[in-house]
Design a protein around this ligand. Structure first.
Ligand SMILES: [Fe+2]
Length: 323
């Protein structure tokens, strides 16, 4: 688990509280359905552009920051969007660079780590969920993007609390349980590592809730809820507090086994329909999962990768012999 004991930096002043717990939705809807909330991070120095440039310089050597151009459609795949470099140049002119800069693992910097830790403490309290016991990974990501940028349609394994700090955007969110929107096969492929496996279908757009975020507002969306985002007329700064939950990690193991059962021509039982089948699949993958994962991918996929590695190696050998 990435969350070490909570130690706040004495030099940094964070809002008290960060999240305005003014809705029962935190308790009633957590990880089941989306809800909006209010927060107090607007105007905080951690989100001003010069401080973000400093953070970019910290993250760049560690490979924890990415920049890419704007997609013009929610249906684009990540691989279809061009990279943008150099990042600091893009960031300094974010108002007109038609780009998005994603600060993955902003919490490598101790001040952002303090922010992550305090937010998680507050969330544990207001959701009444023992998050620090249930979490297997946590991360603070900052997304800075130009006016009108579209973040394409996708799904995430993480539970997400998105805080809007500058600019406005529309978050289009779909029901993670609606199989006419998100199919079992798409989820199974996602958990094998195909991060763009969820396909945007224009005919489903009317099933989305469109959530307008302004500075001071945020939105929570559950694990696997498909979403895409469009910025409005100003550049946007958002903070995403993400974390993996143990129960969702175990569900991922079921989808991974189901992917291979489907490849064998079977019709696998989705999670939640048979306790015995779920347990068998979980045990099979769990035996091979890393006890102390060192990154997000290892939390989700180390077990299935270890199981399938010999088969993949064999396939490579066969391919090379055919040449
Ligand atoms: Fe996302």
């Amino acid at each position: 688990m990435s969350s070490s004991p909570i130690v706040l930096q004495p030099t940094l002043t964070l809002p008290e509280p960060i999240i305005a717990a003014d809705t029962p939705d935190f308790r009633d809807k957590f990880n089941h359905s989306p809800f909006m909330f209010s927060h107090n991070l607007v105007g905080h120095p951690l989100f001003e552009i010069p401080r973000l440039v400093e953070l970019a310089n910290t993250l760049f050597p560690k490979g924890q920051i990415f920049s890419f151009g704007s997609g013009n459609s929610p249906g684009l795949k990540w691989g279809q969007i061009p990279n943008r470099k150099p990042i600091v140049e893009v960031l300094s002119h974010i108002g007109e660079s038609d780009s998005c800069v994603m600060f993955k693992s902003a919490h490598i910097d101790p001040e952002y780590k303090a922010l992550l830790d305090k937010t998680l403490i507050e969330l544990e309290d207001i959701t009444s969920v023992p998050l620090h016991r249930e979490m297997t990974w946590s991360i603070a990501t900052i997304i800075v993007s130009s006016p009108h940028v579209i973040t394409p349609y996708h799904i995430d394994h993480d539970c997400n609390f998105l805080f809007q700090i500058h600019g406005e955007k529309d978050v289009h969110l779909f029901d993670q349980n609606d199989r006419s929107v998100l199919t079992e096969e798409e989820i199974e492929r996602f958990y094998l590592g195909h991060i763009s496996s969820a396909n945007y279908r224009e005919e489903n757009q009317n099933k989305a809730s469109v959530n307008h975020l302004v500075p001071g507002k945020g939105i929570h969306h559950p694990v696997l809820a498909p979403h895409w985002v469009r910025n409005k007329d100003s550049y946007s700064v958002s903070l995403s507090i993400n974390f993996c939950l143990r129960t969702c990690d175990l569900q991922a193991r079921i989808y991974q086994v189901n992917h291979y059962l489907r490849q064998l021509g079977m019709l696998p039982t989705p999670p939640g329909k048979s306790a015995l089948r779920d347990k068998t699949k979980i045990i099979a993958v769990e035996m091979f999962s890393k006890r102390k994962p060192e990154n997000h991918d290892e939390v989700v996929r180390s077990g299935i990768k270890r199981i399938t590695a010999p088969v993949k190696l064999l396939q490579q050998v066969v391919r090379s012999l055919k040449r």
